[in-house]
Design a protein around this ligand. Structure first.
Ligand SMILES: C[S@@+](CC[C@H](N)C(=O)[O-])C[C@H]1O[C@@H](n2cnc3c(N)ncnc32)[C@H](O)[C@@H]1O
Length: 258
């Protein structure tokens, strides 16, 4: 991807009718791909992909405020970072299935998935929402309020590893039900280890972008791709969890703590 300029990527994205971009995010490469066609991310309208349109038309049950937040996020130049709405719905269904009450999100961006989780947990549940960029999160906060769930969201603006350490120091090991890891890829293994301590037996860790737009097949020397490949191998071999790698969105691994 390094051979593409940001402008060239944006032009390609416009041609595809979807916003994709590449850039630097707080010193880390935030790597977006010029086409998500290799994987399955929709953002709620997979133009040019009738089968994905069919999936969305026949399965997406999106809360009206979530729809507004998704549409607002699509106006942002970094909108390719947003979770796929059908993936957020799958995770919300898992949250309800296991009756999750305390959940963590690592990487909030505009908070589409944060809002999905806050809507899925009970009135006395909490989402610990971790991000380092308040500017992104501020886009979504009015929608959290409009949906009437802002009181369920505990926003932590600092490196996610610090928040996870604070939770562990506060004696919160084994007290979370569900975690969504969706921030800086090179720290996935670190987040995963800390989250394995934080979730209870039977809890779920969902890890996003495990297919990295198909680049996992040909990682080259890209450090983020290489770290995702290494991480995928680690979870596959990890006897502490049952796991599945799901081809929704950009690929999500579900790890079920034993
Ligand atoms: C892919 S986006 C998250 C998308 C979001 N989960 C959603 O559902 O739309 C990644 C986010 O991780 C945040 N991030 C990057 N490094 C981080 C770190 N060390 N700690 C916490 N958040 C971080 C970025 O600011 C960005 O908002």
């Amino acid at each position: 991807m390094s051979g593409f300029s940001k402008d060239a990527l944006l032009a390609a994205a416009a041609a595809l009718g979807v916003t994709f971009t590449a850039g630097l995010l707080l010193g880390r490469k935030c790597f977006m791909h010029e086409s998500s066609l290799k994987t399955f991310k929709s953002h709620g309208g997979a133009k040019g992909d009738p089968l994905m349109d069919y999936v969305l038309q026949n399965s997406l049950r999106e809360h009206p405020v979530l729809k507004k937040l998704r549409q607002r996020t699509l106006e942002d130049p970094m909108s390719a970072m947003m979770v796929a709405c059908e993936q957020a719905q799958l995770m919300a269904n898992l949250i309800k299935l296991i009756k999750a009450k305390n959940v963590i999100e690592i990487g909030v961006y505009t908070g589409y998935n944060t809002l999905t989780m806050a809507l899925a947990i009970p009135a006395d549940g909490k989402v610990i929402a971790c991000d380092i960029n308040l500017g992104f999160v501020k886009i979504g906060m009015p929608f959290w309020k409009e949906a009437g769930v802002e009181h369920k969201i505990d926003l932590q603006i600092q490196p996610a590893a610090d928040t996870l350490d604070e939770l562990l120091e506060a004696g919160k090991a084994k007290s979370f039900d569900f975690v969504f890891i969706d921030a800086d890829k090179q720290n996935y293994s670190l987040y995963y280890e800390k989250c394995l301590q934080l979730i209870r037996k039977g809890g779920i860790i969902a890890i996003d972008n495990v297919l990295w737009d198909g680049l996992v097949l040909n990682p080259g020397n890209d450090p983020e791709t290489l770290s995702i490949v290494k991480f995928n191998e680690k979870v596959y071999r990890d006897s502490r969890v049952n796991m599945s790698m799901i081809t929704v969105g950009d690929g999500v691994t579900l790890a079920f703590k034993l």
